[in-house]
Write a protein that binds this ligand. Structure first.
Ligand SMILES: Nc1ncnc2c1ncn2[C@@H]1O[C@H](COP(=O)(O)OP(=O)(O)OP(=O)(O)O)[C@@H](O)[C@H]1O
Ligand SMILES: [Mg+2]
Length: 275
């Protein structure tokens, strides 16, 4: 390694070295579960909304915090067009939709406004959402993470009491490469990984023919390789996509749908892990 890259490597190590931070729980919540994946567009937000509704169907009080400051999905996926209220000008009251307490930066800015923010502003927004939102009596808060292994992930991993992370990925090689980075980051930061979910796992025609569009069993193999739990496969499904686009997640719209049952099953697995 030349001098320059050795210097860069040292700077990198210093940046990622675990420091001792105080991990604060999110007020008003019991368990905090982050939905993550270093890769973009693999279905984290779709999973987060449906998983939250699955936990609700198991009779828990649930909240969702959209931690994707640059690309919030919650307002659209949960069909919320209101701004949160504040009684004292300092704290925010989450907006309740489908029985779930919700918060997103998307409630505070216009839909097409780009968030042109540097890292420290993102960290500060995350702190506001975790410290100044009046979450009420929640059993679970589900955090919808942005893609990557950046400021948001670090803030959550180091400064917030995360009970566990669920890693979502498609079985595609290019996604799995990023997911490995994500797993290593959470392991390094000592955040428990509850398990991995294989999203867009396969596509099944009405005639029952199955196609492995993004490859087969990639996520399950990765889970085995890293000795993590494999939580399940969610197929590529048009009803799931349409429901997300219409702002009524499938688990809410049709809890009896076979895809909804997969989310509920994963909810039961997580319930068991935490019990
Ligand atoms: N199993 C699935 N079947 C069909 N469509 C899906 C499935 N999972 C996700 N999608 C669709 O794929 C797109 C990306 O999903 P989503 O926004 O949940 O990904 P993401 O990982 O949160 O993306 P980002 O990294 O940008 O936050 C959306 O249009 C969503 O409706
Ligand atoms: Mg997302």
């Amino acid at each position: 390694m030349d001098k320059k890259s050795a210097g860069l490597s040292d700077a990198f190590k210093a940046r990622t070295a675990p420091k001792s931070f105080t991990k604060n729980p999110i007020n008003g919540t019991k368990f905090t579960i982050a939905i993550s994946s270093a890769k973009g567009g693999v279905g984290k937000s779709t999973f987060a909304m449906n998983f939250a509704l699955a936990l609700k169907s198991l009779n828990y009080k649930v909240g969702i915090l959209d931690a994707d400051i640059y690309g919030p999905s919650l307002p659209k996926m949960m069909n919320i067009n209101k701004k949160p209220k504040s009684e004292d000008g300092k704290s925010l009251i989450p907006i309740e939709q489908y029985g779930i307490q919700c918060m997103s930066i998307g409630f505070l800015v216009e839909e097409e406004t780009p968030m042109i923010w540097r890292g420290p502003m993102v960290t500060s927004a995350i702190k506001t959402f975790t410290q100044k939102v009046l979450w009420k009596d929640l059993d679970y808060i589900v955090i919808d993470m942005p893609p990557g292994t950046g400021d948001t992930q670090l803030t959550f991993a180091q400064e917030i009491k995360l009970d566990g992370v669920i890693i979502v990925s498609t079985p595609q090689e290019i996604a799995l490469m990023d997911v490995k980075r994500g797993i290593k980051m959470f392991d390094k930061l000592k955040v428990p990984i509850f398990g991995l979910v294989d999203n867009m796992s396969f596509f099944e025609t009405n005639e029952g023919q199955s196609y492995d569009i993004f490859g087969k069993d990639g996520v399950e193999k990765l889970a085995n390789e890293f000795q993590k739990r494999f939580l399940g496969k969610i197929p590529l499904n048009i009803d799931l996509r349409v429901a997300a686009d219409k702002g009524e997640p499938l688990v809410k719209k049709n809890p009896e749908h076979k895809i909804s049952k997969i989310f509920i099953d994963i909810g039961k697995k997580v319930e068991k892990i935490l019990s």
